[in-house]
Ligand binder design. Structure first.
Ligand code: GLN
Ligand code: ZN
Length: 771
């Protein structure tokens, strides 16, 4: 059986690419050094894959920023605003980075291209911009250069390209009057040129990534797919095309996708194992199948017995000659190399033995292909035995299974996810207890994380600062923050989150069932990475996590201090999660842990508690038909975390994005007493969903964009609030920024929040006069 890989992480084992790019951007190294570092990383990756024994090694999966942006440059889809600065022959990395990051130099101020999430991953790509009179033209030889580079190392690689249809679907029409799919006729000739050049250079295989094949497609889109791949097959009958699908099953699209004239269809059998049976049944004899059995999206060791059973089913139906073995998707979404993890304190050896990163996953692919073959060596037997032992230990480990937690989750019934009374009754009680003015002002939680604050945390971690000294220093920060909030006139205060590195990691570090890595970075966008915690076992809260900081802050003031927690879905969504139980079960365990924290905060006298859920939306499944089920359990998990308190305790939630139209009912079903959302950049347009739906609870539409250092003035915010008060009953309105302030400086934060408080005062005056 042939083995293939779909893509490899390009950031390097120790994030070398991040360092090189950032050094180049800040002028510390020149372009040649950057190019050289890129070359070095590519060669190291190819060698690794070659040594692991992968047959089809990808090229053009490397990128200095993003593979979709690479494609835009190759295809010449370069927005006009960049041609003022960059000449046509000047299509270098500088243009490339300008498209990704904007260009504010030499008197120019050119905005970057938009960035958005790559399907349901935490990777972000640069959105292609399409215009009515769009022209495409081969504009970069990156794909060919990298193919040649590998060839010179003796590797006949498989170039990876984003398929033409997905490329168009990934983009956005930037003006009215056309449909971007209609550009396929102009686009296809450039793809054919690319294929010609690759074939001339000796390429036999091509991988087209067409992840849109797993999404809801209409008839027209299906027709474009058929026509496109027919044209390619007719022009290049010799070229072996791998059509890569991932992140979901083909479902209803399978019936026509199997008839596309390609050599190999790649299936994600981790996300959608159930599609195999159907595809095996309907695939024509001419089609080979690539079985994506090794999980490219998570960090667990493959269960060989389970994968071999799947492989065996396929062998029996179509024969080994028609099969390839592969990871489920590009390994871009996996951390680099588990061998680099040596800190037993954050990642116990027992847990590490259940895991595999990208490098280990390559070996798994090769092992599986060998194990599925005829020849059994003693070495293979040993491999399989070791894998069985690891699976066995994961199944039974006391580290994973906590009977008390499992019992508690089993006991969850409807009473766990319901507040005592309806919102209107709660609102009355809360108004009586909190006595807040009209248009109460608050912030979203974090305050500027200065160098000094970050230094405190790192010194504590290193052991150069004692626990007592650390506590004293953080308390001083809290004192200052409280006094300052009082002085500028805010109504509901926060402690400032100075003790938190990250809103998920902070809680994960204190919860049972979590482990951490040192180098488990995954690219998020450009040079930015995330290092998600690993949820390996039953989640339990052993002791209070935030109560002492919050009550300390509350003691310094007569005004209410808002407790600050991260919600169960956000913790789930931003971690690597266990694969031995449904996500829903893990979400419920986290929800129970947060619920206990909420109750402890209440018992300690905290009257307002915010449970942040910025990640609820990104958990939405790729297929609309699956949304309902997800939203049901996700919303329920949030409600479990929030429902254990008295009516007079006010629960806030926060979401820092803005598309609510298609899920507003679920947002309302969360039944938080107050929700704060992002709205300032769209000038309150995003409130529409709430208005049309007649959202019943209180709401704080952000009046100030914290993503920019710009300080908004009072009038601007007053205008926004006036607009909001025409749309929402004023009794329900709050005044707050779009999101937390940890990335801002103190000076601009001070000016902006003073102006915000003034704007709230002006509205109060206006409405009191009117009343
Ligand atoms: N409370 C968090 C903060 O203020 C919320 C962050 C977020 O929504 N991403 O930083
Ligand atoms: Zn936010």
């Amino acid at each position: 059986m042939i083995t293939q890989n779909l893509g490899y992480p390009r950031i390097g084992a120790k994030r070398e690419l991040k360092k090189a790019c950032e050094q180049y951007w800040s002028g510390k190294i020149d372009i040649d050094s950057l190019e050289q570092e890129g070359k070095r990383l590519r060669e190291a990756n190819w060698k690794l894959q070659q040594e692991a024994g992968i047959d089809l090694i990808p090229v053009n999966d490397f990128s200095f920023y993003d593979q979709v942006l690479d494609m835009s440059l190759i295809l010449g889809a370069i927005p006009k605003r960049f041609s003022n600065v960059f000449l046509e022959e000047d299509h270098t990395l500088d243009l490339y980075f300008a498209m990704a990051r904007g260009y504010q130099k030499n008197g120019f101020d050119i905005t970057a291209m938009e960035m958005t999430k790559w399907f349901d991953t935490n990777y972000h790509y640069i959105v292609p911009e399409f215009y009515k009179e769009q022209q495409f033209k081969l504009s970069s030889s990156k794909f060919l250069d990298e193919f040649k580079e590998a060839k010179s190392m003796g590797i006949k690689a498989k170039p990876v390209l984003i398929g033409p249809v997905s490329y168009l679907l990934l983009g956005k029409e930037k003006e009215e009057g056309f449909n971007r799919l209609d550009h396929i006729e102009k686009l296809l000739p450039v793809y054919l040129e690319i294929l010609q050049q690759l074939q001339d250079e000796g390429a036999e295989w091509i991988q087209f990534d067409e992840p849109f094949l797993v999404t809801d497609l209409n008839k027209e889109e299906a027709a474009v797919y058929k026509k496109t791949y027919e044209i390619i097959a007719n022009r290049f009958p010799e070229l072996k095309v791998v059509l890569a699908t991932y992140f979901e099953g083909l479902k209803d699209n399978a019936s026509w996708v199997v008839d596309l004239p390609v050599e190999v269809l790649h299936l994600d059998l981790v996300r959608a194992e159930d599609q195999l049976e159907n595809v095996l049944k309907i695939a024509p004899d001419s089609l080979k199948l690539s079985l994506g059995v090794v999980d490219g999206r998570n960090i667990w060791k493959n269960d060989y017995d389970k994968s071999l059973a799947l492989i065996d089913t396929a062998v029996k139906t179509i024969g080994a000659e028609r099969m390839l073995i592969a990871p489920s998707c590009s390994l871009l979404h996996s951390p680099f190399d588990l061998d680099n993890e040596t800190d037993e304190k954050t990642l116990p050896a027992e847990v590490k033995n259940w895991m595999a990163f990208a490098k280990q996953k390559l070996n798994e692919v090769v092992d599986l292909a060998s194990l599925a073959g005829e020849k059994r060596t003693s070495e293979l037997e040993a491999l399989q035995e070791a894998n069985r032992l690891a699976m066995q230990s994961k199944k039974e480990s006391k580290r994973i299974h906590n009977p008390k937690v499992e019992e508690r989750v089993n006991k969850i019934d409807n009473s766990y996810s319901r507040r005592k009374s309806t919102f209107s009754k709660r609102q009355q009680l809360q108004e009586k207890s909190l006595k807040l003015p009209l248009f109460p002002t608050t912030t979203i939680g974090s305050f500027p994380q200065t160098r000094e604050v970050r230094l405190l945390r790192s010194q504590l971690k290193k052991g150069t600062l004692s626990q007592e000294d650390y506590q004293k220093a953080i308390e001083e920060e809290i004192d200052k923050a409280i006094a300052w909030q009082e002085s500028i006139g805010l109504d509901v205060l926060v402690h400032g989150e100075f003790e938190r590195n990250d809103m998920v990691e902070y809680f994960g570090e204190q919860l049972d069932g979590f482990a951490f890595t040192k180098f488990g970075w995954v690219q998020s966008y450009g040079s930015r990475g995330v290092k998600p915690p690993i949820i390996y076992g039953d989640v339990d809260r052993v002791e209070p996590m935030t109560v002492s900081w919050t009550t300390y802050a509350q003691k310094q003031t007569g005004l209410p201090v808002k407790g600050m927690l991260t919600g169960p879905i956000t913790i789930l969504q931003w971690s690597f999660v266990r694969n031995d139980q449904p996500r829903e079960t893990t979400a419920n365990q986290i929800a129970l842990a947060i619920c206990k924290e909420v109750q402890d905060l209440e018992a300690a006298g905290i009257k307002i508690i915010q449970i942040d859920e910025p990640a609820i939306r990104e958990g939405l499944p790729l297929r609309k038909a699956d949304w309902k089920n997800y939203l049901e359990w996700a919303i329920k998990a949030f409600r479990i975390s929030a429902s254990g308190v008295e009516d007079a305790t006010q629960i806030h939630t926060h979401m820092c994005y803005s598309e609510f139209n298609d899920m507003i009912e679920s947002i309302a079903a969360m039944d938080a007493d107050v929700i704060t959302i992002e709205t300032s950049r769209s000038h309150m347009e995003l409130l529409d969903a709430f208005v049309n739906f007649k959202y019943p609870n209180e709401i704080g539409p952000g009046v100030y964009d914290i993503h920019s250092p710009r300080v908004p003035n009072v009038e601007e915010m007053e205008t926004l609030l006036n607009k909001a008060s025409e749309l929402i009953p004023v009794r329900n309105l709050w005044v707050n920024p779009d999101c937390g302030l940890k990335t801002r400086g103190w000076k601009e934060t001070d000016e902006a929040l003073r102006a915000m408080v003034d704007a709230a005062k002006r509205l109060r005056a206006k409405f009191q006069v009117e009343a």
